[in-house]
Design a protein around this ligand. Structure first.
Ligand SMILES: [Zn+2]
Length: 65
């Protein structure tokens, strides 16, 4: 794993991308899972949980989405 010049690990950028796409729709299902996998998944989905946990492990506050 390489770090960018700002010192932010790539894994946090990946987590940020997940959090920006895996958001709840008006019925409580994940829009990201439906778009990427065609599966209606209750939100927060596994990908969202992974991203949130990744922020915790990196010691950074996760963005609220
Ligand atoms: Zn999802």
């Amino acid at each position: 794993m390489t770090a960018d010049p700002t010192g932010t690990p790539d894994i946090v950028e990946a987590a940020d991308a997940v959090l920006s796409t895996h958001v709840a729709d008006e019925f409580g299902f994940c829009e990201g899972c439906l778009a990427e996998y065609g599966i209606a998944t209750p939100h927060p989905c596994t990908a969202h949980q992974w991203a949130t946990r990744t922020y915790v492990i990196a010691g950074e506050p996760a963005p609220r989405r």
